[in-house]
Ligand binder design. Structure first.
Ligand code: SF4
Length: 291
């Protein structure tokens, strides 16, 4: 059997940076508690490994009952709002900012536009941590609406019409939104505000993995998508592989490889942006066993 890997697979730059920063803190916290605000990554093995080294994921910043906190708090790649960050710093935490540089660029752009008086549309999931953080940076904008799709975007745009057709408007998107969806949302707002400035905030990480997977599908008889079931970008890779008609499977760990994969001549491996190298290596080793 031959095993080939997609040219681009696994951790994206932002996730790798966040995991590296957390690992470094685990080694040097000097007895201080280390927390991440929310899970650092959608991968249970990585989270368990970090926890075993003293890095605990919490939903709320831990409180020291009125006393000054002394722990380390890591902001994950999605980022947080500036108000929450300020509270954490004032609360005594040593804050380690692992916000992905691409997300940080969106946050700063949102602030720049808000300060310049732009009315903002944020395309993405209202409940998503990245959007919540960017909204915080846009809090001084005269208008800011989070829109999950074209219908919501048009409704929000109509709600702004009272302010006049000439108000300055701009659209920013969640870094992981698909280019197609972003374009549709932009078109919906432009129906009412043709001068809408569309800011390019989309991260290429997901598209790069999709593109590399398509190349891989041409070379392999069957494909394994390594990653967690809860990871949206891993599931999107699986859908693309399924559409090709080639045999494929989502595999969380080496022990879960379906036996039928041993019968293929060339097996390709792709992996979502939250899949650690160790999982990809193990799957490759397992496939190569006895060949
Ligand atoms: S997907 Fe892109 S924006 Fe999101 S963490 Fe990874 S590199 Fe950053």
């Amino acid at each position: 059997m031959k095993v080939i890997r997609a040219k681009v697979l696994g951790f994206c730059m932002g996730v790798r940076r966040a995991v590296d920063l957390a690992s470094a803190e685990a080694g040097r916290a000097g007895g201080q508690s280390v927390y991440t605000l929310g899970p650092l990554i959608h991968n249970p093995d990585v989270l368990a490994d970090l926890e075993s080294r003293g890095v605990k994921a919490v939903d709320e910043p831990p409180s020291a009952d009125g006393a000054v906190n002394s722990g380390v708090l890591i902001i994950r790649a999605h980022g947080i709002s500036p108000d929450i960050e300020k509270k954490l710093r004032n609360g005594g935490f040593r804050v380690v900012d692992a916000t992905c540089p691409k997300v940080k660029a969106s946050q700063l752009k949102a602030k720049e536009l808000a300060d310049a008086g732009y009315c903002l549309f944020l395309a993405g999931e209202a409940e998503h941590a990245e959007i919540a953080g960017i909204s915080g940076y846009a809090k001084d904008a005269p208008f800011c609406a989070v829109v999950g799709g074209a219908e919501e975007a048009e409704k929000a745009a109509m709600g702004l019409l009272d302010a006049g057709k000439d108000v300055k408007t701009a659209l920013l998107g969640q870094t992981t939104i698909s280019p197609e969806e972003y374009e549709i949302i932009g078109a919906a707002v432009k129906k009412h505000f043709p001068n809408l400035e569309v800011i390019d905030t989309i991260c290429a990480a997901a598209a790069d993995r999709q593109h590399a997977l398509r190349e891989l599908l041409h070379q392999a008889d069957a494909v394994i998508i390594a990653g967690g079931e809860k990871s949206a970008n891993t599931r999107r890779l699986l859908s693309a592989a399924q559409e090709s008609g080639k045999p494929c499977a989502l595999v969380e760990k080496a022990s879960k490889i379906p036996p039928v994969f041993r019968s293929y001549g060339v097996v390709g491996i792709s992996a979502g942006a939250s899949t650690p190298d160790s999982v990809i290596d193990e799957i490759e080793r397992e496939l190569m066993k006895n060949f």
